[in-house]
Design a binder for this molecule. Structure first.
Ligand SMILES: C[C@H](N)C(=O)N[C@@H](Cc1c[nH]cn1)C(=O)O
Ligand SMILES: [Zn+2]
Ligand SMILES: [Zn+2]
Length: 477
């Protein structure tokens, strides 16, 4: 059942109001990994709950308790649960999204203050515009259109919105497992839809049926009692940074190969059938280079690049806490440094399998340095990979919605990023989960100058609405 014309027209007529809604959301600095921004994350959750309530959604804030971060005990932002419609003759769709964002500073290289929303040249710019505030606002826009038009929604909706996704979704798995039980908030839903990833390129919409998992680690080296003058102490003491750089350098090679024994070996080679899927995707190595903003692809072979993102694990070095990183030339030997890196996991890898391999390797590499410094290794957070069945009516409905709104067939993709709770939804509810991305490959999620194209936001709102109508029309058989 295609989306009614009056819905589609409402979206076009009210585009500027929808953009204002996104502006308000972007300007709340809901950075989950920054201790000082925690009140803003909580404020964002409250703002979102009010938006839902104003559109007739029954909501519940769930306190997820406290957690430790960077030596502080912090209140976790609440999960915002919602529901609208209880018509037993309709399907019930569970929508998930996250209202927290990655950190962003002007000095990272933004052309504007990252939390000041700017609309320019057809782009909606600001931290969180594509990840994941734009898609969440898209769902809210769909609710607004139906309320204002006095039209019933074609399906019942349940919502789970969280504020810790960018920091490993702390506390959420337990909540989802609990609420999936009989009598729980999300028990009995027919399918799940998540809009929190991106097209493979800038022209072809996508349906996504897989995500990589993640294991995020820290290696801390300590030794000196305080930071030291490198002229007075250089070549006289074991230096934490020197040890750390050696360890970090031993993890991955320059072509992306993971040097931790046993990690790559867990992944089976692709079958001929799988290779055909990559052949069919609308993709060129120019797409990754355009999205990356430079000619830096590891291979000029499209299949290698696609498999590198979708079906092989990757190890990335993220940063060093405690290292000198300001402008200038401070001659310091930092006393305590923590190197951060993560491994993106693919089936059948699990964090529980991979973590001991990494720990043993790092310990063995450190022992080989014969350093008198101390090393500690730990996992900061983790999530498992996920793959879904694309032959399900949930995907069929989304395919029809994409075709109706964008006029082309979508690519079927596996995402290189992670959404830790996805597998928990699939397993605890026993239903199909679909990822229906709104943004493009070059949106700059987690990067500088993050944007969502105006057309992706507006047509994306139509697509999310159209998807609900197509779900309603599908037989569950
Ligand atoms: C794909 C999704 N929009 C996303 O960005 N997920 C994050 C999740 C995460 C895990 N640790 C920190 N953030 C990602 O893939 O990095
Ligand atoms: Zn993200
Ligand atoms: Zn996200």
């Amino acid at each position: 059942m295609p989306a009614p014309t009056e819905f589609l027209e409402y979206v076009d007529r009210n585009a500027s109001g929808f953009i204002n809604r996104l502006k308000e959301a972007v300007e709340i600095k809901s950075v989950s990994s920054d201790v000082s921004r925690r009140p803003d994350v909580i404020k964002m959750g409250e703002w979102l709950e009010k938006q839902l309530q104003a559109l007739g959604v029954t909501t519940k804030q769930v306190d997820l308790g406290k957690h430790e971060m960077s030596g502080h005990t912090l209140q976790l932002p609440p999960a915002i649960l919602g529901k609208i419609g209880e018509d037993k003759s309709k399907k019930t769709v569970l929508i998930y999204g996250h209202y927290d964002v990655q950190p962003a500073k002007l000095s990272d290289g933004w052309n504007q203050e990252p939390f000041e929303f700017v609309e320019k040249d057809g782009l909606l710019l600001g931290r969180g515009s594509t990840d994941d505030k734009g898609p969440i606002m898209g769902w809210i826009n769909v609710l607004e259109a139906h309320q204002k038009l006095g039209k019933p929604l074609p399906v019942n909706l349940k919502f789970v919105f969280e504020g810790m996704e960018e920091y490993g979704s702390e506390g959420l798995d337990e909540l989802v497992i609990r609420e999936a039980q009989p009598g729980g908030w999300i028990h009995g839903v027919d399918c799940v839809c998540i809009s929190d990833n991106y097209w493979l390129n800038t022209r072809t919409p996508a349906l996504t049926y897989g995500l990589r998992g993640i294991d995020y680690y820290g290696i801390t080296i300590t030794g000196p009692g305080q930071d030291l003058h490198s002229g007075l102490f250089g070549r006289t003491v074991h230096e934490p940074m020197t040890d750390l750089i050696k360890l970090m350098g031993s993890l991955v090679d320059v072509n992306g190969g993971i040097k931790v024994p046993g990690v790559e070996e867990l992944v089976p080679p692709p079958t001929e059938e799988e290779l055909q899927l990559y052949h069919k995707m609308d993709y060129e190595t120019a797409d990754i280079e355009a999205a990356a903003g430079g000619p830096v692809a590891l291979s000029q072979n499209k299949i290698d690049v696609l498999m590198g993102r979708m079906r092989y694990p990757s190890l990335s070095l993220h940063g060093i806490e405690g290292a000198f990183s300001d402008p200038g030339a401070k001659t310091v030997i930092p006393a305590k440094v923590t190197g951060k890196f993560s491994i993106r996991l693919v089936p059948p890898q699990t964090p529980a399998q991979v973590e001991p391999l990494v720990r043993a390797y790092v310990e063995q590499q450190f022992a080989a340095l014969n350093s008198r410094n101390k090393m500690t290794f730990g996992s900061l957070h983790s999530g498992s990979p996920w793959v879904a069945d694309i032959n399900h009516w949930n995907f069929r409905a989304a395919h029809k919605a994409v075709k109706a709104v964008w006029g082309i067939d979508p690519d079927y993709t596996r995402e290189g990023g992670s959404i830790p709770v996805t597998l928990t939804f699939a397993e605890s509810l026993g239903v199909n989960v679909l990822l229906l991305p709104m943004g493009r490959a070059d949106d700059g999620a987690h990067s500088t100058n993050e944007k969502l194209d105006r057309s992706n936001y507006i047509e994306g709102t139509k697509m999310l609405g159209a998807y609900l109508y197509e779900v309603a029309a599908e037989s569950s058989a």
